[in-house]
Design a protein around this ligand. Structure first.
Ligand SMILES: *Cc1c(COP(=O)(O)O)cnc(C)c1O
Length: 385
């Protein structure tokens, strides 16, 4: 991307809103749309020797190319030599990094409080003879298990516990031991945190959540600076074929135009909701990294620019949590997070997370803050019965 618009390089210049609306757009061309529509192609006309960029649909697609540029401009503005690859889902992206980088006999460090599918990934890594060590996200305990590791995997803030770890400190320690560092940036989004600038080798995320924000598609991405490592990730995508459809890729790119508006609105409302919940005696274990007295706050302010749209807390019993969810009118009882419509769920219903039975993960949407706070407080009252 070398085009200059009004003195701003699309990749590096301007504020977050400016970058979001322009991210990944092609050079303006007369009679062409601003954002070209999805390209539906299994194969491309290809006479003669098969040279790129577009030969076969599992390897490349022009709609992915624009989306990959957009994500790269947000995750690593102004950084040269950074490559982005999009995937069919967040798990496809996570698996691509782990399984392309690790070999039998290697050691990998995973969080023990991360995304609920990580234990499944762990079992598969171990089946391939990879040693997996775990550490909690908060407290930088990863430092104690880094010796001999090939890859350090961080998820910060963690889902659903909202603990935060010091990416810069841990990346320095990992690099000193020759380990690569990957950060799951799903919860923060690239407007909340830029792991590559903080020293990580890979920023990996589910684009299913706030990046795209409408709860209508699954997507994942990997952004990395190490050419050799990214070549292996690309090769993994080709072998496994976990590629996004052109329609999903296009919808994602279209959604990124409103990322800054959505993230700013949802983060501000999440803080308002957290502050309202803090006043309620029946709410315990309240977590939001943006609250000044949250255990994550000190490190969060060092490395995050926005604190996310997820608030978590605990009600006394499973029954009370269910009554609360049932009484909500503006908040759908559904999993996932980051969408413009608020959602909440009793996380314990899945059985995968080490959380109390009454633990609620609330994803704050783009509704008017006063409406949402009123709905949440009314549902809390109603759940007392
Ligand atoms: C949802 C999520 C994933 C998995 O993403 P999918 O798009 O559902 O495959 C990975 N990491 C985190 C932190 C998530 O919240």
């Amino acid at each position: 991307m070398t085009r200059v618009t009004g003195g701003l390089l699309p990749g590096s210049g301007g504020g977050d809103g400016t970058r979001a609306v322009r991210a990944g757009l092609p050079e303006p061309a007369k009679y062409e749309p601003t954002l070209p529509g999805p390209v539906f192609a299994a194969h491309y006309h290809l006479p003669g020797d098969p040279t790129g960029p577009y030969a076969y649909g599992r390897d490349d697609n022009p709609t992915w190319t624009l989306l990959e540029r957009a994500v790269g401009e947000l995750e690593a503005p102004g950084q040269d030599g950074v490559e982005t690859l999009v995937f069919a889902s967040g798990m496809a992206a996570i698996s691509a990094v782990l399984f392309s980088q690790l070999r039998t006999g290697d050691v990998c460090v995973l969080p023990d409080d991360g995304y609920q599918a990580l234990p499944l990934v762990r079992a598969q890594l171990e089946a391939y003879g990879i040693e997996v060590r775990t550490a909690p996200t908060g407290g930088d305990a990863q430092l104690d298990v880094l010796d001999g590791a090939k890859l350090l995997w961080l998820e910060t803030p963690s889902n659903p516990g909202l603990d935060v770890c010091d990416i810069t400190r841990l990346a320095e320690a990992a690099h000193a031991r020759g380990a690569l560092v990957a950060v799951d940036n799903t919860l923060a989004t690239p407007l909340g945190q830029r792991p590559l600038e903080l020293g990580a080798d890979f920023a990996v995320a589910s684009g299913t959540k706030q990046l795209t924000g409408h709860g209508d598609l699954l997507l994942g991405y990997v952004v990395g600076r190490d050419t050799e490592a990214m070549a292996a990730v690309r090769r993994w995508r080709k072998i496994v074929g976990a590629i996004p459809g052109p329609m999903e890729a296009w919808l994602a790119h279209r959604s990124i135009a409103t990322l800054q508006m959505r993230v700013d609105r949802q983060c501000a409302t999440a803080l308002t909701v957290a502050e309202a919940l803090r006043e309620r005696p029946e709410v315990t274990g309240l977590r939001y990294p943006g609250l000044s007295d949250d255990p994550s706050h000190k490190i969060a302010v060092q490395q995050m620019r926005r604190f996310g749209c997820v608030v978590s807390f605990t009600l006394s019993t499973r029954a009370r949590a269910d009554r609360f969810l049932d009484a909500l009118r503006l908040v759908d009882d559904a999993t996932s997070f980051g969408g413009v419509r608020s959602t909440a769920e009793r996380r314990g219903r899945w059985g995968g997370d080490a959380v109390p039975e009454g633990f609620i993960r609330l994803s704050v949407g783009a509704e008017d803050p006063e409406d949402l706070v009123a709905d949440v407080l009314r549902a809390l009252d109603a759940s007392a019965a």
